[in-house]
Ligand binder design. Structure first.
Ligand code: 6R9
Length: 572
């Protein structure tokens, strides 16, 4: 099914440009937008904030912040000053220098952004942590990175095993009445008097910027290091894919603990000079629609899990709000179900644009542009300057429609620089032919659209047929009783594997055997007999990461009674 009835957005970037630049795009041209073109040195925080404070954007709102307690806004000039103050605190009280790891462990708040930008201005590497991490998860990350400073709240400090972290020297507390003793520094108190002027540390484009820990299927989380050069792609994709223009008010719903919340919650939008909306607090459909109405959000970047929750809240809620400012919606993190796209068209009269990328890739790679026809279920096409292919396990390119490894030719600007303390792991991502292998399986159609099938290890082989769990999950959520679904392959002596679905029902539906059979038949009719789950199990909730990915490996571990591995990124 194509959703092409809707006119494509008149984007910054049109289809002819796309076709022309696709094969001969040169990232070096984009680099010329930044200071390294002239001086050879750079700093993302300068390019994202200070540079605008020197132009007509000086008094433009850079940050709209809201949570249940606070409602604030800061112009580019104010952001420059606040991040300078934070930088001065970190430099003067914590001796932060270029290359030091400064971790930030706190809920979203303006201070989080001041501290992150301040640290970056000193050339430090910022490690953002989800506020929901418990002690073990925090310790793993601070230990591996040998963080020198942590910026946190008095409440969250209780989860930091300070005494068993020898590299950790300073604890910057963001809170009321903080007493400065031992390693503790009173952030808010010192912000009052800190100087608004700061000597920026100019760095090389291959110097460290952010360190994001991600969980693999085994072992401890690994630290993916990104460097300042990533800005080249953050900036360009903010223009092409987010389609940000001068007058846009942009809202990315992701927390900075997830790569989406830094690349497209900090760098992309501010490099493009947009007004950036940041909302703290818990997810509530009403509050989300209210945010769009109150701030006049025009470009909105979120995730399938959030869209599915909004969908679950019903279309009546949508009608209570004036959402006419919205003009462009994007999604990332997991497969975007065609059902969500149809719903978007129905309730917002807009298409939801899928984007594919990973913590390791640093920025968007395969996307649905505003100017493109969308094929629901497809992630879109590679952006110019990026070469993607489906390859076999030896690195040979496969023809259209063959399922295989989704791979990217090395050399895009935002690619991770290394895995912290683990060069071997870093090297294991690459295959002969200079392919970076994503760990996702996909196929490409004859028009060059890419179709996600699952993580490599999630692909199901049932009676000799390869089935992508995502296809089955997407069909399942089209059933009116199904809110969410996770599908795994369960070992079976006859069929190799059988398809097993874990299903969370929408409110008002009863978990009966009849319903199981009805859902089975629904998938059989809508997809294929071999793709219908032989087993269905109802659950109140499915295990998901904080970025909304259904954790199939946890479902599999439950099913097979195996250890679940690292659960630090699982939501409560
Ligand atoms: C940005 C981010 C990466 C993994 C990736 C893939 C899944 C991301 C997707 C998608 C289908 C999309 N993923 N975007 N799957 N369609 N548009 O999500 O980074 O948290 O590292 O996850 O997420 O499996 O390999 P990260």
């Amino acid at each position: 099914m194509k959703v092409e009835a809707l006119p494509v957005t008149k984007g910054n970037y049109n289809l002819e440009d796309y076709q022309q630049t696709y094969h001969n795009f040169d990232w070096a041209e984009v680099e010329k937008s930044f200071s390294f073109a002239e001086t050879g040195r750079v700093n993302v925080a300068y390019e994202a904030i200070d540079r605008h404070a020197l132009t007509h954007r000086k008094n433009k709102v850079a940050l709209y912040y809201r949570d249940p307690e606070r409602d604030e806004k800061y112009t580019f000039k104010e952001m420059k000053e606040m991040s300078n103050k934070a930088g001065n605190i970190l430099r003067q009280t914590c001796d932060v220098e270029k290359g030091d790891r400064v971790f930030i462990f706190m809920p979203r708040s303006p201070e989080l952004y001041f501290a992150a930008l301040g640290a970056i201005k000193l050339g430090a590497i910022v490690g953002p942590l989800f506020e929901a991490f418990m002690e073990g998860a925090v310790k793993d990350r601070l230990e591996d990175s040998e963080a020198k400073v942590i910026v946190t709240t008095p409440e969250l400090f209780k989860r930091i095993p300070f005494d068993s972290l020898p590299a950790l020297k300073h604890v910057v507390l963001v809170g009321e009445n903080v007493k400065e003793e031992g390693p503790f520094i009173d952030f808010n108190g010192r912000m009052k008097d800190a100087s608004k002027k700061l000597q920026i540390e100019w760095v090389d484009k291959t110097d460290g910027l952010v360190l994001h820990y991600t969980s693999g299927s085994t072992g401890k989380p690994k630290g993916v290091l990104h460097v300042h050069n990533a800005m080249v792609q953050h900036y360009q994709t903010a223009k092409w894919v987010l389609d940000l223009k001068e007058e846009d008010v942009y809202w990315c719903t992701a927390d900075p603990g997830w790569v989406t919340g830094t690349a497209y919650g900090i760098f992309g939008p501010w490099l493009a000079g947009a007004s950036n909306v940041i909302v703290g607090g818990r997810f509530r459909p009403e509050a989300w629609y209210q945010t769009i109405e109150d701030f006049g959000v025009s470009v909105w970047y979120s995730a399938p899990t959030a869209f599915r929750m909004l969908m679950g809240a019903g279309d009546e809620v949508v009608k209570k709000y004036d959402l006419s400012s919205l003009r462009h919606i994007l999604s990332v993190g997991e497969p975007l179900n065609p059902e969500v796209i149809r719903w978007g068209v129905k309730v917002f009269n807009l298409r939801v644009h899928d984007t594919w990328w990973m913590t390791e890739t640093g920025a968007q790679l395969i996307c649905n542009y505003p100017c493109m026809e969308i094929k629901p279920g497809s992630m879109g096409k590679p952006i110019p300057g990026v070469e993607a292919a489906i390859v076999d396990d030896q690195g040979n390119e496969l023809p259209p429609y063959r399922m295989g490894n989704l791979a990217i030719k090395k050399g895009w600007p935002s690619m991770m620089h290394t895995i912290w303390n683990n060069k071997e792991k870093y090297e294991s991502y690459f295959m002969p032919g200079d392919w970076y292998v994503s760990g996702d399986s996909a196929y490409m159609d004859e028009e060059g659209y890419f179709w996600f099938q699952g993580r490599i290890d999630d692909v199901i082989m049932t009676s000799g047929e390869r089935v992508g769990p995502f296809e089955v999950e997407s069909k399942l959520v089209e059933h009116p009783a199904v809110a969410e679904a996770g599908v795994i392959g369960k070992p079976d002596p006859v069929r190799g594997e059988i398809i097993k679905a874990f299903v969370a029902l929408r409110d008002g539906h009863e978990a009966t055997d009849e319903l199981k059979e009805e859902i089975r038949q629904f998938v059989k009719r809508g997809l294929a007999a071999h793709a219908a789950p032989r087993e269905i199990e109802f659950r109140d909730k499915l295990p998901k990461t904080r970025s909304g990915k259904i954790m199939r490996r946890v479902l599999k571990a439950w099913e097979l009674d195996l250890p679940t591995g690292d659960l630090s990124t699982m939501e409560d």
